[in-house]
Design a protein around this ligand. Structure first.
Ligand code: ATP
Ligand code: MN
Length: 483
């Protein structure tokens, strides 16, 4: 009995003139003879040459696009153009038929919108196979990056009780009945009766818990699902997404920026080194997509240029204040071409402003730092106006990428108990609920910093796809939780 060999292994090792058994799905079948087989192990198809004169015609009839088939025969150097090797089949096996009249996928170009409607089958297209192989490679590269640098992977909880983070709207977790909800004397829902004896939610971020780990393990990171019930139907937001959150003791804002930049460069380089075939498929897809855009909206760079550009150039680092200055004095602003005109210091930047800075002004990734405290979270470290005097900004950093906008958000954390408590009071965040968080500042506090990288935004950038719903296998967004 010959054992099955994966196509990727055959292409890599080329064991010519030996008998092999391959299994996969039919990508194409021409002239009742040339079968293109793909088993998902790599982007390439393997050519199988069917001996149609000596094969049962009823079997040949069943070799249809999408069918699951096997072939046993000699691996030979290919006579034809387009491939180096092929299998000359002695035997063909049909494992699962695929009726072309009923199969929603067709061997032609189908729109991403249509494929999103049949997301349970879209893995089978070249585009989505490539996206999900690259997604895997990026996840692996992230773990490798941190492991190689002595970080510990910390699993922070998915169900949390802290609702004080303010990172986004939360999904409630409860086993209370909808009818006959238990009530307190005041008529409020009585969470004492609930599973955890308190109100709980799905996590919006693992940061606060990661900080607890960093205060002993030194360098930790999380890589897990996060949930935000934000009702935003954008191409960059999901209700369930994956986030990477490193947290490092004794790091300041500059160390934090260096870490984020090194990580992004490392994982993108990893994809360039290890996903060349898949990137080529996606680059060609993007070229086609660009052709349907008006000339002035087309990107000047193709996908691999864009990735190499990020790997080869240091990111521009500027303060929020400098960014406001640039935006205010830009022709775009003076001619009234921003939907939200840049008035002055203190306002939050809209994605059109972020994209202007990255795509038009600097033409490279930008790290914006030192935002007004007013528009940032309570745990970010207050900057000093002068020695000992708090200023109006915090040591925050957002990394902005072309076509994506914000890909990373992070900060140096406020390690001074008094300042932190003051800030929490100003923002009406209950101290009792976060006693555990404040304990890190009470006992052995130290300077530390971290950030959150939205994994799907990274996958979006590397694959050149344009909608975040196309880079996660089973997207959740308002009105959709299929599968
Ligand atoms: P945005 O302004 O784009 O909504 P944010 O400021 O809410 O982002 P953070 O709370 O700082 O984002 O989260 C850290 C990172 O997580 C972001 O930089 C982004 O990459 C990613 N992210 C945030 N919200 C979402 C979402 N709904 N879907 C996918 N990724 C997200
Ligand atoms: Mn948000």
């Amino acid at each position: 009995m010959t054992r099955r060999t994966k196509i990727a292994d055959l292409i890599r090792t080329e064991p010519l003139n030996t008998e092999v058994l391959v299994k996969g799905w039919v990508k194409a079948f021409r002239n009742n003879q040339f079968l293109a087989l793909n088993d998902g192990s790599c982007a390439q198809n393997l050519q199988v040459v069917v001996d149609f004169e000596n094969t049962d015609p009823s079997l040949i009839e069943r070799i249809k696009f999408g069918a699951s088939v096997g072939a046993r025969g000699q691996l030979l150097e290919s006579q034809g153009k387009g491939q180096r090797i092929e299998v000359k089949a002695d035997e063909i096996y049909i494992y699962g038929d695929c009726n072309p009249d009923e199969y929603p996928l067709q061997p032609k170009k189908q729109t991403l919108e249509f494929l999103r409607e049949i997301a349970h089958l879209r893995f089978r297209t070249n585009t989505f196979s490539a996206v999900f192989r690259i997604r895997h490679a990026l996840a692996y590269a992230i773990h490798k990056f941190f492991n190689d640098r002595g970080f510990y992977y910390l699993h922070t909880p998915i169900i949390t009780a802290s609702d004080a983070e303010g990172a986004g709207e939360m999904f409630r977790v409860t086993t209370l009945p909808f009818d006959k909800t238990p009530r307190t004397e005041n008529g409020e829902v009585d969470f004492k009766e609930d599973f955890f004896r308190r109100s709980t939610n799905l996590t919006v971020s693992g940061q606060l818990e990661a900080e607890l780990g960093a205060m002993a393990l030194g360098q930790v990171y999380t890589f897990g699902p996060t949930f935000r019930a934000e009702n935003s139907n954008t191409t960059r937001h999901l209700a369930e997404f994956w986030m990477i959150e490193p947290e490092v003791a004794f790091n300041d804002l500059n160390d934090n920026m260096d870490l984020a930049e090194d990580m992004l460069r490392y994982v993108i380089q990893y994809a360039l080194d290890n996903c060349a075939d898949d990137l080529k498929i996606l680059e060609e897809r993007l070229i086609e997509e660009e052709k349907s855009k008006p000339q002035d909206q087309r990107s000047e760079m193709n996908l691999s240029d864009k990735l190499r550009f990020v790997v080869d150039n240091r990111f521009e680092r500027i303060t929020y204040t400098e960014a406001i200055h640039i935006l205010k004095n830009s022709n775009q602003n003076k001619k009234g071409k921003f939907q939200f005109p840049v008035e002055g210091w203190g306002t939050d930047l809209q994605s059109e402003h972020e994209r202007y800075l990255v795509e038009k002004h600097f033409k490279k990734p930008v790290i914006l730092t030192n935002y007004p405290a007013e528009i940032k979270a309570f745990y970010m470290r207050q900057d000093e106006a002068k020695e000992g005097v708090p200023g109006p900004t915090v040591s925050a950093m957002d990394i902005l990428f072309p076509g994506i906008g914000e890909i990373v958000g992070g900060s140096q954390r406020e390690e001074r108990l008094e300042r932190l408590v003051n800030r929490m009071r100003e923002m009406h965040i209950p101290e009792e609920e976060l006693y555990w968080y404040l304990d890190t500042r009470r006992f052995g506090s130290c300077e530390h910093a971290g950030f959150g990288l939205g994994f799907e935004r990274l996958v979006l950038f590397v694959t050149g796809m344009s909608n975040i719903r196309d880079v996660i296998a089973f997207p959740r967004y308002p009105g959709n939780a299929e599968f």
